[in-house]
Design a protein around this ligand. Structure first.
Ligand SMILES: Cc1cc2nc3c(=O)[nH]c(=O)nc-3n(C[C@H](O)[C@H](O)[C@H](O)COP(=O)(O)O)c2cc1C
Length: 219
């Protein structure tokens, strides 16, 4: 995987929302797409496709739609954190500033990967449960994550976004996505404007993993 090792790629794969408009070489893009194709899916059905959007007018329209959704999301988010501790407000403020940049420049991103899924073929083993269903997503987000990691290996900035899913009908029309395919993520890809990838802020393993039973800390 090029210059970076797998663990280094994973541990520095943060959201990169400030991207340069310079084109992404076809060979790098192909490697990213091939990495996506290696992802596991339920029954190896590969019920996903990706529309590689490079057309300027289409990206501009996606950018307009994204900016609308982002404006609503960031306003809600600001309200939610109004009373939060200073440190959290500061961190969120930095994320929102980067998000504002992405929203303002989404259309200038060299490539947007629009990931689509076939709802008829997602191996949704939790569909019958009385809770929100998540298993189907595992037959597409594995491919998205592989693409993100490959971008990292290529030195390309990227971020998994889902806000455009809120306006799926408009995206469907723009990108000619047939029924009943749905949209799962849009990943803007380009070379980082600033430092790009770097250290992550995440909970430690001890808080996330349990030892044989829920709640018993794993050591
Ligand atoms: C399911 C999902 C949806 C996301 N949607 C968006 C989005 O619409 N816009 C955006 O800017 N970031 C989006 N993100 C990126 C997250 O905000 C980001 O991964 C998280 O804040 C951690 O940031 P970091 O990796 O830079 O530490 C999404 C991430 C995931 C996993």
């Amino acid at each position: 995987m090029g210059e970076v090792g797998l663990y280094e790629a994973m541990s520095t794969l943060r959201a990169v929302r400030r991207l340069r408009p310079d084109p992404v070489p076809d060979a790098a893009l192909r490697r990213v797409l091939e990495a996506a194709s290696w992802a596991p899916t339920g029954g190896n059905a590969q019920p996903w496709r990706v529309v590689v959007v490079r057309d300027a007018a289409k990206k501009q329209r996606l950018g307009e739609l994204y900016a609308e959704r982002w404006a609503a999301y960031s306003a809600r988010h600001l309200e939610l954190i109004a009373e939060a501790p200073e440190a959290l407000r500061e961190r969120t403020g930095r994320m929102l500033a980067a998000g504002n940049h992405l929203a303002a420049h989404f259309g200038e991103t060299p490539v947007v990967l629009a990931f689509c899924f076939d709802p008829r073929n997602m191996a949704i083993t939790d569909a019958g449960l009385d809770r929100v269903s998540v298993v189907g997503g595992a037959s597409i987000y594995t491919a998205v994550q592989n693409a993100l990691l490959a971008c990292r290996a290529e030195g390309l900035g990227c971020v998994l976004t889902t806000l455009l899913c809120e306006c799926e009908p408009q995206v469907r029309e723009l990108l000619e996505i047939p029924e009943p395919w749905g949209t799962a993520a849009a990943v803007p890809v380009g070379y980082p404007l600033l430092r790009g990838h770097g250290p992550l802020s995440r909970r430690p393993v001890e808080k996330l993993a349990f030892d044989d039973a829920w709640g018993r800390p794993w050591r």
